[in-house]
Design a protein around this ligand. Structure first.
Ligand code: SF4
Length: 182
């Protein structure tokens, strides 16, 4: 089991190397580090806690923390997409954090959603077969942020909303049914 402390030390060391800082809000920081820890346990690598990962290293390579988008985001907005890494002026309170646009290309996001949706459907189909429920309907999990409306397909809600930075508790599940037979 990977310890949260190890994840924290790695992030601190990386921040120091590049002249960044970790988010000064201890609770918020803890949530992000815990997300990285869980993703590393789940996939074998610490994929971004604010994005959908597939478990396929090739597809997820650009969002392994620190992701390919961190440096340009910190340079332009003062923070990475998740707000884990921030600039000095942010820590000093001279710059306020704002939700920032997603720099990851849309096609990569779409691929990640598609692969994840496929996996969920396969899992649901297997469960349906076992429990002998009707094959035509399976349930998928779709989450939305009650603060900003961001919507995402995932097994669990994100730790932090990538758009408005609301915490996991702000996410609510939307029940969706898909037709496997069709
Ligand atoms: S957005 Fe931040 S937390 Fe997410 S992978 Fe990039 S550097 Fe790590």
């Amino acid at each position: 089991m990977i310890s949260l402390e190890k994840v924290r030390q790695r992030a601190e060391s990386d921040a120091k190397t590049y002249g960044y800082y970790l988010n000064p809000d201890p609770e918020f920081l803890n949530d992000l580090l815990e997300g990285l820890r869980k993703n590393e346990e789940r996939y074998g690598y610490p994929s971004c806690p604010c994005r959908v990962a597939t478990g396929n290293l090739e597809l997820d390579r650009d969002i392994i923390c620190p992701c390919d988008y961190r440096d340009p985001d910190v340079a332009e907005f003062g923070t990475c997409y998740c707000a884990l890494y921030v600039r000095k002026d942010v820590v000093e309170g001279k710059t306020s954090l704002m939700p920032i646009p997603e720099r990851r290309p849309l096609e990569k996001q779409a691929r990640a959603y598609a692969v994840t949706a496929e996996k969920i459907a396969e899992k649901a189909a297997a469960t349906t077969a076992k429990t002998e429920q009707p094959r035509s309907e399976v349930r998928k999990k779709l989450w939305y942020c009650r603060q900003c409306g961001y919507v995402v397909y995932r097994e669990d809600p994100p730790y932090v909303c990538p758009i408005c930075k609301a915490k996991r508790e702000m996410f609510a599940e939307i029940a969706v049914r898909i037709d496997l037979a069709g």
